[in-house]
Design a binder for this molecule. Structure first.
Ligand code: ADP
Ligand code: ADP
Ligand code: MG
Ligand code: MG
Length: 612
């Protein structure tokens, strides 16, 4: 066994605790120091050679700052990088293959960005010897006999040119100035920037300064700029963040079309349908987020994603989750609730004008016990509708009535953009205010929401100190644990990994069904929409100008309407029930278009044909 001890330096606060981790360590008591205060006195250090992994310090730490894991010895030989003493450790690397797109899937904090930075040559792997500057000869030797040996040899000799779309696009305007057009022209080694800009609808904003464009526009711009570079290696870290469904699929198509021959392409992605559509191969990164990550062998795309959902990796013989994630395996017809429907909300035709933009919502109603998904492009009025429901803005015409008359209608709302200013005090206090019983470690909400979103690690942090992703999780958790009649979640998936997305979806669905309440969810991830929604409102029109919202429609009708506009078809994976994008022009794609079933085919043999 080898011991991996990780101390989170943001969480460890020696000045605020009694240092029981040090005082109660059985080795320290025998003067074989296993844990002590670092010379800066800002955090503790654990000596892995002495530590026996008894776990006492972990339990004593009031801030959940310590993780100690015992891993099999043979894994040690695979150490590719460690950021430092008691820091995150990466085992293995994804193996890029020329001419193929390799997809990477895994939890947040499992090392996906780290692997891309290593493959980009931005971070030199130290093979675990964080004390000294790594040298390329050792790295090349380490990967002997694999495709990576050749890869690093070329990288070290400067023979591999790399184009890298980084994860946090919102940071880019801080260090790159100028307009969209200027940036694209600077990147345009291949002379294709104009063409890609056209395909990604960036020409409209060609002269706009990049510090004023939206997150989605920035994402598209950076994808276009990366593709325009002449390189041997193209890396995309979470390309679908901030994009709507149409833009995701389009970006995926463009990446495929413009990177055809002989390039190394690696994509980290949380949207399963996009990852599936983009990749030729998939590697899973598993482990303990923040502590260590292990890169799996490359699997075929379908198998890789299915194994990930099933929670078991056969080649590694490794269980990565105790339970499988299942989508509706049944035909959607049967999910239509025919038993007594109890209306909770009814609205007449609604009209709202905001500056240049006009939203029209067709009359509709919603029932107790259902999740209504909102689907549509960016700038079409989804947030506007949610804000009307939340009572933040008033309609110009039409009104909403509720069946709850004897008391105030309780609404719990997670807005699209979460800012630290929304919250006061610590994470614990925010969650306490929402619902104190959710902090009881034996409660269902604690194990299914607080722990699964890893908020238990952050309870004593100030909400204003949290990162974007952590803040999002806090906002989601405090929204869903609150008692309410109506839950409004505007883009909860932003910043979340697949498992967190599915966790939120599962919990929300259960709350809504058990408490017979109602939820509206704005969501761009088709797999999550499929998983969570009973009915869907489709928003169509002209982004920024005019939006028209349909009433809540049955999932299948809504998806058909939405996908027909997009010209893409989906089928279901027979094993996991997850939706998969059909290849354009494939037998199934053509067949489904003729019969008008864009979303899935009523049970039949068709699926197998596509697979073979
Ligand atoms: P992912 O992209 O899968 O979310 P990352 O590769 O960004 O994960 O990070 C993996 C882990 O490594 C995280 O716990 C992160 O805090 C840690 N980490 C990232 N960069 C550094 C660094 N420069 N120093 C120390 N730890 C780091
Ligand atoms: P979505 O959530 O579907 O992306 P929104 O409802 O946020 O769309 O916005 C729809 C359109 O209305 C956008 O073009 C947006 O710029 C515009 N808009 C939103 N709020 C205002 C406002 N307060 N004043 C003027 N225009 C607005
Ligand atoms: Mg990352
Ligand atoms: Mg919105």
């Amino acid at each position: 066994m080898v011991r991996v001890a990780v101390v989170d330096r943001d969480l460890c606060k020696p000045s605020k605790c009694n240092l029981e981790c040090i005082r109660f360590c059985p080795l320290n008591r025998r003067k074989k120091i296993a844990i002590e205060l670092h010379e800066t006195r800002k955090y503790v250090v654990i000596h892995e050679e002495t530590c026996i992994g008894c776990g006492i310090c972990i339990k004593k730490c009031p801030y959940n700052a310590i993780t100690i894991i015992n891993l099999p010895d043979e894994l040690e030989k695979k150490t590719v990088h460690r950021y430092g003493k008691n820091a995150f450790k990466l085992y293995g690397l994804p193996i890029p293959v020329r001419g193929k797109i390799l997809g990477i899937i895994g939890k947040n904090g499992s090392g996906k960005t780290t692997t891309l930075r290593i493959l980009a040559g931005e971070l030199k792997p130290n093979l675990g010897n964080y004390g000294k500057e790594p040298n390329w000869d050792e790295v090349i030797k380490f990967f002997r006999g694999t495709e990576l040996q050749n890869y690093f040899k070329q990288l070290a000799e400067g023979k591999l040119k790399v184009a890298h779309k980084i994860q946090y696009v919102e940071l880019v305007p801080r260090y790159i100035k100028g307009t969209v057009g200027e940036l694209l022209q600077r990147a345009d080694d291949r002379g294709i920037a104009k063409e890609i800009a056209e395909e990604m609808s960036l020409t409209k904003i060609w002269d706009r300064k990049i510090n004023v464009i939206s997150g989605g526009e920035l994402q598209k711009l950076l994808i276009a700029a990366t593709l325009s570079k002449e390189a041997d290696v193209y890396l995309f870290d979470e390309p679908s963040s901030y994009l709507d469904v149409r833009e995701r699929i389009r970006a995926a198509k463009i990446i495929r079309n413009y990177l055809k021959n002989n390039k190394y392409v690696i994509v980290v992605e949380h949207d399963l349908a996009v990852l599936d559509y983009l990749s030729d191969l998939v590697s899973v990164i598993y482990g303990e987020p923040g502590a260590y990550g292990i890169v799996s062998k490359p699997y075929s795309t379908r198998n890789g994603i299915n194994y990930f959902l099933e929670g078991f990796l056969p080649a590694e013989n490794m269980r990565i989750r105790s339970e499988a994630i299942k989508f509706h395996a049944y035909s959607i017809e049967t999910s239509i609730k025919t038993e007594t429907k109890e209306r909770i909300l009814t609205w007449s035709k609604l009209i709202k004008e905001l500056g240049e933009f006009k939203l029209m919502v067709e009359p509709g109603e919603a029932y107790k016990g259902e999740v209504v998904g909102l689907l549509g492009p960016n700038g079409i009025g989804k947030t506007t509708f949610v804000r009307i429901l939340a009572g933040e803005i008033k309609t110009d015409e039409g009104d909403i009535s509720t069946s709850i008359v004897n008391r105030k209608l309780e609404i719990s709302y997670k807005p699209q953009y979460v800012s630290p200013k929304m919250f006061d005090g610590t994470v614990r206090k925010v969650l306490m205010n929402a619902n104190s019983s959710a902090l009881n470690p034996t409660s269902w909400l604690y194990s299914e929401v607080i722990r699964k979103l890893r908020l238990n690690k952050l309870l004593d942090q100030k909400a204003s100190d949290l990162s974007g992703g952590e803040l999002q999780k806090l906002a989601i958790a405090s929204c869903i644990i609150r008692d309410a009649d109506i839950y409004l979640l505007d883009e909860p998936s932003a910043y979340l990994d697949v498992e967190e997305r599915l966790t939120v979806a599962k919990v929300l669905k259960r709350i809504v069904e058990e408490k017979r309440v109602l939820a509206f969810v704005v969501e761009h991830d088709v797999s999550i929409q499929d998983f969570i929604s009973d009915r869907i409102m489709v928003f169509r029109g002209e982004p920024g100008i005019k939006g028209i919202a349909s009433p809540p429609l049955q999932l299948r009708n809504a998806m058909n309407m939405f996908l027909k506009d997009l010209g893409i078809t989906f089928r279901r994976d027979p094993q996991t029930g997850r939706p998969r994008v059909n290849k354009e022009g494939s037998y199934l794609d053509r067949y489904q278009k003729t019969i008008g079933e864009y979303y899935y085919i009523p049970v039949g043999k068709e699926e197998e044909k596509e697979e073979s």
